[in-house]
Design a protein around this ligand. Structure first.
Ligand SMILES: [Zn+2]
Length: 118
């Protein structure tokens, strides 16, 4: 199993309300989903995780901008940005994204098994 390096483990607020998730929550999600293996490009087993503090505050959580068709975006807000978890390979810097909302919903729902869609 891959080793994952916390960004700032002490700074992460407690989990449980569906928005505040911990580094450990994300590691448990990745293990439950079977995606905690080594980097697919360089094979390095160590990842850095950027989790962020609050998915409703774009200043505190990594996001990617979204575009609502036909509407011009002004400013940065939770409605124009999609919160993500970044997993960055500690060796080659390959970066992958996971939906933070999917993971926080999984935590809120009591960390159920993650069956594959058949
Ligand atoms: Zn790599």
């Amino acid at each position: 199993m891959a080793e994952i390096i916390p960004e700032t483990p002490e700074a992460t607020p407690p989990s449980g309300d569906g928005r505040h998730i911990t580094f450990t929550d994300v590691v448990e999600f990745m293990e439950a989903a079977g995606v905690s293996g080594p980097c697919p490009y360089c094979g390095n087993p160590k990842w850095e995780l950027l989790v962020g503090d609050n998915e409703n505050d774009v200043r505190k959580t990594p996001t990617i901008p979204t575009v609502v068709q036909g509407k011009e975006q002004s400013g940065i807000s939770a409605s124009t940005h999609f919160p993500v978890i970044l997993a960055i390979c500690n060796r080659c810097a390959y970066t992958r994204l996971h939906s933070r909302k999917k993971i926080s919903n999984w935590v809120r729902d009591g960390k159920p098994e993650l069956p594959r869609d058949e």
